[in-house]
Design a protein around this ligand. Structure first.
Ligand code: 4IA
Length: 410
């Protein structure tokens, strides 16, 4: 059931307010440098705003973001979840069979990936992921000073996820660049998107080849996807594209989620102290970092009909930009939203999305975050930022390029 009604009558008669037009560009470098004042403007202007720069509607309050995510019939994904409308523009790559699909097509592919990344699958990889996390923190304590992005937030997922997928060792240097293209491509045709796509051919070729059944080791997530062809749930041409989804969404997201958590614990030492006193808070400390930084900042939907959202009329075939990061700090929903609080009740945050498309890999992300923060909680007394913090710019992902730190052992 939709929380949003069909418009019964025209504007003034229905008592609808004029939608505010804002000249904010949420895909500009100055926005990425400090999105919070703009997020507040977006939230406080109205429940729905219009962004003239890219000619899209925007929702930045929790209630409307949550509402749009939970009405996939009205706000579809099959016309793309970036700015580009697949009905009128050719997608830069063949559409994802899960992200860029609606029911009933989405239901079948989602069921497959949901089983591949199930609680039972996590049970099989947990001890290994935890042992690698412990060893990584031990190694970094020996080094003392290092870059928490390259040497931890990237290095840890790279040391567990590609193996868990069943990828061969050669060519893995393409994985993060490929994901960078995927997330830049959701944005508008700005320089970030155009440059990324221009340089994407070798990364696309690598990924396409690794998605083939013969390149995926037995026991891994990739082979597990292909095994569903044998049961008839999906066909032989769908399997490689579903493996591609895991390679698109499974690495850069956890890199930025873990990066967010380390950056939080480095900036808020009282929260690191609380985590050290009770390492069982590791899983929630990671979840709160996902709320607080929202590594995936934005996503679009496209309207399938004329619809009224909180008193604002939106026509059919319009793009709606959802500000997940702004919703995750909406004071209407969160007490003290700008505080990183590892004991906060984080449930309901939209950092993993919500509804039928909510992150199918969330258990892998939480596993990586939990075991890494647990190792940190047990082994590290302090994280000091010892150099220039550099931001990484991407149309969709929020995270750092560089975070020089020095660790003190427990
Ligand atoms: C896919 C939203 C993001 C995490 C994502 C990116 C790509 C895909 C899915 C999700 O290629 O299916």
């Amino acid at each position: 059931m939709s929380a949003f009604s069909s418009p019964a009558s025209t504007g003034a008669a229905a008592g609808r307010a004029a939608m505010p037009h804002l000249d904010i560009d949420p895909f500009a470098i100055d926005f990425f440098d400090d999105p919070y004042p703009a997020h507040e403007k977006l939230r406080e202007s109205a429940a729905v705003v219009y962004l003239d720069k890219w000619r899209v509607h925007g929702v930045a309050r929790y209630a409307e973001v949550h509402g749009v995510l939970n009405d996939p019939l009205t706000f579809c994904s099959s016309r793309g979840v970036g700015l580009s409308d697949f009905k009128t523009e050719k997608p830069w790559r063949p559409p994802s069979l899960i992200l860029e699909a609606d029911p009933p097509a989405h239901t079948r592919t989602r069921a497959v990936l949901s089983k591949v990344l199930s609680p039972a699958a996590m049970k099989r990889i947990r001890d290994h992921f935890a042992a690698v996390a412990d060893a990584k923190i031990d190694e970094l304590l020996q080094r003392k000073s290092f870059d928490a992005i390259a040497d931890l937030a990237e290095a840890y997922p790279l040391s567990v996820f590609p193996d868990a997928m069943g990828l061969k060792p050669e060519g893995r240097e393409n994985l993060l660049p490929y994901a960078g293209v995927v997330f830049n491509a959701f944005g508008p045709p700005n320089e970030l998107r155009q440059t990324a796509i221009e340089r994407s051919a070798p990364h696309q070729a690598y990924v396409a080849e690794q998605c083939q059944r013969h390149n995926l080791a037995p026991g891994g997530f990739g082979a597990a996807v292909h095994a569903f062809v044998d049961g008839g749930e999906i066909n032989g041409s769908e399997a490689p594209l579903l493996v591609r989804s895991l390679l698109s969404a499974g690495l850069d997201t956890t890199v930025n989620g873990i990066g967010a958590a380390i950056y939080c614990l480095a900036r808020f030492p009282d929260e690191l102290a609380r985590l050290r006193r009770d390492p069982s808070l590791a899983r929630n400390a990671f979840e709160e970092a996902v709320r607080f930084e929202s590594p995936v900042q934005t996503f679009f939907r496209t309207t399938t009909r004329e619809v009224e959202v909180s008193g604002f009329r939106i026509g059919e075939g319009e793009k709606i930009l959802m500000f997940l990061g702004a919703a995750n700090r909406d004071p209407r929903r969160w007490a003290d939203p700008d505080r990183y609080d590892i004991t906060r009740k984080t449930s309901g945050h939209v950092g993993f999305g919500a509804g039928i498309h909510m992150c199918v890999g969330q258990l892998v992300a939480r596993l990586e975050g939990e075991v890494l923060l647990s190792a940190l909680a047990r082994k590290v007394a302090a994280i000091e930022i010892t150099g220039c913090v550099k931001r990484r710019y991407n149309n969709t992902l929020r995270g750092l390029e560089s975070l020089p730190v020095t660790l003190t052992p427990a």
